[in-house]
Design a protein around this ligand. Structure first.
Ligand code: SF4
Ligand code: SF4
Length: 205
């Protein structure tokens, strides 16, 4: 259906005065704003790395593989996280654990997570039936080679050791809520506490 003439709004180009045509008022206005910011000296740029970023509580950073009460890897090699991962960045090789660990059928012989491919969506954490894989608030992830950014089981376990006492970790990604970390009063990233908050899922176990 063609557009009706009455529905068309014609916009007239405004006529510029002599001074507006010289652009001097616009230049003066710009200089005024620049001077106001110079005098106020309000910095909006974070001076990283000297100044640590003020990240939101639901910021999802580097993964960790949790340990159980006996210090063993909590993962039972069920492959749920690898199946749920939309970026296909988790590779697990399972092995029989029943001989050494009577309470387990399987454990991961190798667990490799490619942090370069990861999109930090948190679906692995959500899919894990035993709270074995979680995301942390660690954000300064760097490496000089691809191999350094490919995290093995030992490296992921060492991140658990490093973050288990940080009250901001783990960053929970339950659907519809941010997780227990978001329910705490905002904590600085460097803050540590002897007791990490107990997760709602852990309470159920
Ligand atoms: S955070 Fe998302 S992309 Fe990264 S490993 Fe987990 S499921 Fe895969
Ligand atoms: S981390 Fe969790 S979901 Fe992934 S294989 Fe281990 S137990 Fe299964």
């Amino acid at each position: 259906m063609p557009i009706q003439e009455k529905d068309v709004v014609w916009i007239e180009e405004p006529e510029l005065s002599f001074w507006e045509q010289t652009f001097l008022p616009a230049v003066a206005g710009g200089l005024k704003v620049a001077m106001q910011h110079t005098v106020a000296q309000r910095s909006v740029t974070e001076q990283y790395p000297e100044q640590k970023p003020d990240l939101p509580l639901h910021y999802r950073g580097v993964h960790r593989l949790n340990r159980d009460e006996q210090g063993r890897v909590r993962c039972v090699a069920c492959m749920m996280c690898a199946t749920a991962c939309p970026a296909h960045c988790i590779s697990i090789v399972a092995e029989d654990a029943s001989k050494d660990w009577p309470d387990r059928d399987k454990r991961p012989q190798s667990f490799v997570l490619d942090e370069l491919r990861c999109i930090f969506c948190g679906m692995c954490e959500e899919a894990c039936p035993c709270d074995a894989i979680e995301l942390t608030s660690i954000y300064d992830l760097t490496g000089q080679t691809r191999e350094q950014m490919t995290f093995t089981k030992d490296k992921l376990l060492s991140i658990y050791d490093q973050t288990k006492d940080n009250p901001r970790d783990p960053v929970r990604t339950h659907r519809g809520r941010l997780g227990c970390a978001s329910e705490l009063e905002r904590q600085p990233l460097s803050a540590t506490s002897p007791k990490p908050p107990e997760s709602p899922r852990a309470k159920k176990q």
